[in-house]
Design a protein around this ligand. Structure first.
Ligand code: SAM
Ligand code: SF4
Ligand code: SF4
Length: 341
């Protein structure tokens, strides 16, 4: 079964944020000194997450991505993966992590059924890592990548990088070469004006066009690889054969093909990364809704979806951070680290 929204977009992918906590403080995601956290009793138990995931999968979701905050901070994550793996119809479980805790956990996660890993990494310089994340840990992330690359049965490894003007843009080529050695496919994500990015400025975005220009200057012809699904990354091949991706969420958003929904750790379901309000699925399941009622609710809400948050912001004059600090303090679910990116 599949459900379509108002623009004919299928519900195909669910990103599940398993915790809003994080062990890093990336400048573009958590730049503030203090944060309001989701109340502990509201955090869904694995059985609750699995029940919700089952409903989404029976409505056509094929891919689940576990994220956060930092998903590897959630205790016993392998148990959740094993529960999700048993869902009939599900094709893939992926993980997005900052990689700090990955080296130790990778084997058990893959054994439990994890199929793909994406590691976020923005610099190869220890001092800069600290400047960017306000924590140390670059060596651990690199160890995590090596461990993930060595896991048999895992799909191709990915590295996600956000380039910030004047901060790490000079490492573009070094990061491409590092990824080639891991080996992993690197994807450059344009710095987004999402909730949480309170210091976002349009001039700090290193755009898709600039990235392509710098790659061409170094490597010559960059060959576009035709897209095979609604994935957000445009892929390219360098003359030597190495592939990479660009996710141009700011300058060339891809809302037209967006099949992604997001679930926060407290069970709030968002139909768009930029959505101000979500649907409280925790209240539904803790309030005793039957499976049919749950399915009906999700299918109806998706069929009414008309979100195209990033596209709606292209060309805005004086584009500024999406959400004010005050609003973030009163509703932590507006934060990128709650929505899972
Ligand atoms: N903590 C994990 C990590 O960093 O991979 C998972 C959660 S994090 C919110 C998911 C992704 O969102 C990361 O790849 C991160 O780089 C990206 N992200 C966070 N804030 C962003 C922003 N303002 N613009 C672009 N990407 C952002
Ligand atoms: Fe960085 Fe991910 Fe943590 Fe955000 S959630 S601060 S991107 S590690
Ligand atoms: Fe999808 Fe919303 Fe992102 Fe557009 S802005 S790609 S609709 S999540």
């Amino acid at each position: 079964m599949s459900v379509l929204d108002r623009f004919g977009r299928r519900l195909g992918t669910l990103r599940i944020s398993v915790t809003d906590r994080c062990n890093l403080r990336c400048q573009y995601c958590m730049p503030e000194r203090e944060y309001a956290w989701l109340p502990k009793p509201d955090i869904l138990r694995f059985e609750e997450l699995t029940r919700l995931a089952r409903a989404f999968v029976s409505l056509g979701v094929k891919k689940l991505r576990l994220t956060g905050g930092e998903p590897l901070l959630r205790a016993n994550l392998a148990e959740l993966i094993a529960q999700l793996k048993a869902l009939p119809g599900l094709e893939e479980i992926a993980l997005t992590t900052n990689g700090v805790l990955l080296a130790d956990q990778a084997p058990e996660l893959v054994k439990a059924g994890l199929g793909r890993i994406t590691v976020s990494l923005d610099t190869l310089k220890e001092e800069r890592f600290f400047q960017l994340t306000r924590r140390s840990g670059l060596a651990e992330v690199e160890r995590g990548l090596v461990a993930a690359a060595a896991q048999p049965g895992l799909g191709p490894l990915k590295i996600d990088t956000v380039l910030l003007r004047g901060v790490n843009e000079d490492e573009l080529l070094d990061l491409v070469e590092y990824a080639g050695r891991v080996p992993a496919e690197i994807r450059f994500i344009e710095y987004m004006d999402v909730g949480g990015a309170t210091t976002w400025r349009a001039e700090d975005v290193v755009t898709r066009a600039e990235i392509l220009e710098r790659l061409s200057a170094r490597y010559g012809r960059i060959e576009p690889i035709p897209a095979d699904d609604g994935a957000p990354a445009e892929r390219f091949r360098l003359p030597g054969g190495q592939t990479l991706g660009i996710i141009a969420s700011v300058t060339q958003p891809f809302c037209k093909t967006c099949d992604r929904a997001r679930l926060t750790a407290d069970g709030t379901w968002y139909l768009c990364l930029y959505a101000e309000r979500g649907h409280d699925l925790r209240a539904l399941i803790r309030g005793g809704a039957s499976d049919e009622e749950l399915l009906e609710f999700i299918a109806r809400a998706w069929s009414l979806r008309d979100d195209r948050g990033a596209e709606a912001r292209v060309g805005l004059a004086d584009r500024a951070p999406l959400v004010t600090l005050r609003a973030l303090r009163s509703d932590p679910r507006l934060e990128m680290h709650s929505r899972g990116g």
